[in-house]
Design a protein around this ligand. Sequence first.
Ligand code: 475
Length: 792
Amino acid sequence: MTDTGFRDSIPRHLIYALGTDPQNATLGDWRIALSLAVRDRLVDAWLASARAARQAGAKRVYYLSMEFLIGRLLEDAIINLRLEEEVRAALAALGLSADEVIADEPDAALGNGGLGRLAACFMESLATLGVPAFGYGIRYEHGLFRQSFVEGRQVEEPEDWLTQVHAWEFRRRDVRLRLCFGGEVVDEGGKPVWHGAEAVMAQAYDTPMIGWQGKWANALRLWSAEPLHGFDLDRFNRGDYAAAAEPEALARTISRVLYPDDTTERGKELRLKQEYFFTAASLQDILRRFEAEGGALADLPKKAAIQLNDTHPAIAGPELVRLLHDERGMALDQAIETARGCLSYTNHTLLPEALERWSEDLMTRLLPRHMQLIERIDAAHAAEKPDRKVALVQEGEVRMGELAFVMAHKVNGVSALHTGLMKQTVFEELHRLHPDRIVNETNGVTPRRWLFSANPRLSRLISGTIGEGWVCDLERLCELEPQLDDAAFLDAYAGAKRANKADLAGWLAAEHGVQIDPEALFDVQIKRIHEYKRQHLNILETIALWQEIKANPNAPWVPRVKIFAGKAAPGYVFAKEIIRLINDVAAVVNADLETNRFLKVVFLPNYNVSLAERLIPASDLSEQISTAGKEASGTGNMKFALNGAPTIGTLDGANVEIRDRVGEKNFFLFGMTTDEVVARRAVPDHARQAIAADKRLGGALKAVSQGVFSPRDRHCYRGFVGNLTGHDYFLVCSDFTAYWDAQRRVDAAFAEPAVWWPMAARNTARTGWFSSDRTIRGYMADIWGASSLDPA
Ligand code: 475
């Protein structure tokens, strides 16, 4: 490729790819031109990686996930290709600001939350480590909805990232696979043959995922649903335009929109169709590649490690058996064995409502052959383990967790605590039958995005102190340890945080018209809104604090800004109540001239990856306050700790492992443990007892129920208060006092810079283990048996 530098290549793409005159180009045009120019710099490495994998006959990792929450791609590519300076200079010469051009890119929001973001971090680490891998998912036309607030209430609008030119993807004209639904299974000469009733095409689109320093790249292959044939010309000619377009619209529905429920499944037929659609397309593609490279089918497990991200692709078990047995004639037992050799399954949640089950009726209607195979798999399992009691089909429902477990050679949890609970609860019996199957792989996050790119000030300080090696070897952050008593280092550390906070304050003023004091403690809770995550515990403490400040306005209060962001599933009524309450409290508290020097509340709309990148580097305190036993791991908790925001949190998920590493003095622990939670729930009237014992909690609840924050509709929070004073399943009331006390310990520590900054810096120095590079190495060794093709 002849390359004449970005000063030439950017305008060249603008003119010759977009057909736009530089004089008339919009910011978006420049951004796309820049993306194409940057893309040119990674394509060679990408193709070379694929070639190297083929030539080595390497085992490939296939990561099947309904969600990839990647966020912006341009900045990632610029960072990983080390093009920051060059791009900045070229854009400046063209009279453009790099920050503005980069910020113009819409987030690829093809995920709900933690599970989807983890998949994105894994893709980046796989490329950085030089592991031959494919991500497989759905190319949703509409990602997660856009959130705004109207009178404090969440309003959802469709997200439309694909209406813009998506500069990063390549449509693979030659990768278009046919899939069927429905129909019946017919006996043909003693062989069951599935005749599907409805067929769609899965069209592949590849997006390169580039690793650190651009040495290796893998494809994220997303499937788009298309009709078998275009529109119906006969009908069109007869003037029946709507009917002519119908088959097309129906097919495209499958990849139209990401389901916005991050935990609760509701047995929707379209959801099952989406799951089968991308899983079946991916498996066909995997087998095609395997067969093209030549090899005996029984050796498939030596060449393909297929990771199921939660149960959403769990239909892969029966589908792979079908492809091997029905379509390629392998004996059933061997087909099951071979499939199991390839497949492994990650569990991300123990919440009962989140464990997928599909009605036998629906499964039989949509995937009749798979239903039969599920019965066969179950029978084979029963034959192998005669004392087994759990069946794959119970009370007319197919249990996808159990199916995934039985069809996987390894099953993993995402933090030590969570993996232990899997063994004791949902998978108790299966664990007893297969004691070596469950393993732990504690989650991690990519340091390239979540420290190097998101926090350039802190990154410069770290690199200036210990060199740049930490970026792809994060545990080297421990080399900062000797500096943690050094006044000059701590000053610089605090300086970086202060500057990040000042930036955030400026942005909040400019974009949201909110004035906050950059010297205040920035206390941040950003994640999906869910009762188990307990944003309502946080807002009740906020109310209690406000009341206390009003009662003692002259006490030496430590100024705080409570920052919230997060979306609620559109059908989750209680979560939406929490959002409205936080917004209502913000309106009252922020307008209170008596207290607003000390306390402000901000709820930022439309939380996404880009907003997280802005907030986390500017945070002082990380809120990780879930009811113990409910948060499988958390990954936000890791990002905050790395960026020097100590945690206030419960012993839940990966908080436990973070605390073990940063040390108990550098973590604000509070609340009941998993066992105490179970015991407390058995206490009749636990919520009332807790309220009676804590005047502050009683006062806060009273203010809510009396309408202090909802003067126009005084009783609108009756249901909310009723829930907390009633069964309070998530034990907000019972943990309140401990949370309040922990927050006052935070105040005391923050008021003492000599206490606070060493604590914050220790969080950075001691959390290098939470890199997703470490997590991927764990999967490679314990689950995949894959190796890295050392990026040369
Ligand atoms: C856990 N999403 C975090 C994170 O392991 C954990 C479920 C159903 C449908 C669509 N999305 C979901 C999740 O279950 C999810 O995001 N789980 C999260 O996975 C990564 O860190 O604790 O809640």
